[in-house]
Unconditional design. Structure first.
Lengths: 233, 233
DNA sequence: TTAATTAAATGTATGATTTACACTTAAAAT
DNA sequence: ATTTTAAGTGTAAATCATACATTTAATTAA
């Protein structure tokens, strides 16, 4: 017995905004695919698809991302729902965007094989279909806000990382330089990093100490907040 | 020529979370209505309804809110989309919540006549249908974040208000006491309030100066940020 | 073996902001 | 003229943010 039968039904889609950090190039990139159905077949687009009858929105996002890119077990977070009537020229489609943060390299090879998925530098994106540009812009703005208030950045680095690498990441997200001494003072005073007994020696003779994000001490100190905002202006 | 015809369509709804501030009782309240269709007919619910074929999500939210409460021209802001399969026992419905802030009193009389809409104190809400409780909780959390970073509170006060009234509002949202001198120092130093040449004399013999929110100076000084977070532990 | 090179690591002084805290003032009512 | 009530005000101490330059550790080349 299903009610509401007099009401109009709609096509509902999800689109996945996957931000990847390239630790070597010190750049945030966006995962794009060549769309393989009409309209706009062959154009650059976010990984997207339609929500099925028997799956939740969250499940749809995970299924679609996996089927287009092979990525699974990401922390996909809902961002915003786009509902303009004519946003998709193919039909009236309501689309919810999801975003996630990952480290590039992870799955780079598999990606190339599948559906022409590619990492594109944020600073020089190609033209994207429909309102995908708007989706990305909103998600990036949200990321820049969130990272001030939650230590989400660590998902973008390997388990072990140096303070230099961590600072590079923050500079990539904020898109500006940060003073090295102030950065270290602040991040270390939060007591959420654990210094390891091991050095990274690839990039310098002296070597840089590895650190690890300590989730327990983060949870312990969380009440004090995580307000991370250096060198604003 | 419409594409995507092989894909499943869904019922899509919007639900409106309207927070009202009662300046006399110094309390945040929530606008609820008695639902007038099955299932859960007669139960307390948010103002909600289905998105039509020919309207955007935003338009649907405004139409539905108006039809159920008579409220129009609110600044409705999209909050989150709820997509669990079984969230509505009547059928599979995907619902986007919208929220807004208004001052109570405004339209109180009209409301009573229409659909049994009522303001209910946040601190003692009745049981709400489906996942509406979850929607409210999320929207309130978002409000508490936003108000630290944007001067949204002024939508909850009359054009002219006293500093005491403004402080009462912040205390109602934060749910704690704020030091009077520090509050005034901080809010005045932002240069977004304009002191008027007139006193409010209802609540005290001495009277309290009226102020007005000055949107232009807010826009001017916005780059400096609006970080309003007093007395946090 | 010594010197040169490279990137990592470190500290301090100044100014700005936050916090804690209690008395005075204006106006009406008695 | 006195009492009552709520509005309005200031300061000192502590904390936090910022600007800024040298030293250190290790490898490589002479």
């Amino acid at each position: 017995m299903k009610l509401y039968s007099e009401h109009t039904k709609h096509l509902v889609a999800v689109d996945c905004i996957i931000f990847g950090y390239d630790i070597l190039e010190k750049e945030i990139k966006l995962l794009l695919i060549k769309r393989d159905f009409e309209p706009a077949k062959g154009k650059w687009s976010l990984a997207g698809g339609f929500v099925r009858k028997d799956e939740s929105l969250d499940d749809a996002a995970n299924r679609i991302l996996f089927s287009l890119t092979g990525l699974s077990d990401l922390y996909l977070e809902q961002s915003y729902t786009y509902g303009r009537i004519d946003r998709d020229p193919g039909a009236r489609v309501i689309s919810t965007s999801y975003s996630a943060l990952i480290k590039i390299k992870d799955l780079d090879r598999e990606l190339k094989e599948l559906h022409g998925a590619h990492w594109q530098s944020l600073s020089r994106l190609p033209h994207l279909i429909f309102d995908h540009q708007e989706m990305v812009k909103k998600a990036l703005g949200d990321l820049q806000m969130t990272i001030k208030v939650k230590p989400v950045g660590f998902a973008l680095l390997p388990e072990k990382f140096t303070l230099v690498q961590l600072q590079d990441l923050y500079e990539a997200i904020y898109q500006r330089k940060i003073d090295k001494r102030n950065f270290r003072k602040k991040i270390l005073s939060m007591n959420i990093l654990e210094k390891l007994d091991e050095k990274e020696k690839e990039t310098s003779k002296k070597g840089a100490w590895y650190y690890r994000f300590n989730r327990e001490s983060y949870e312990l100190h969380r009440k004090q907040g995580f307000y991370f905002n250096l060198d604003v202006n």
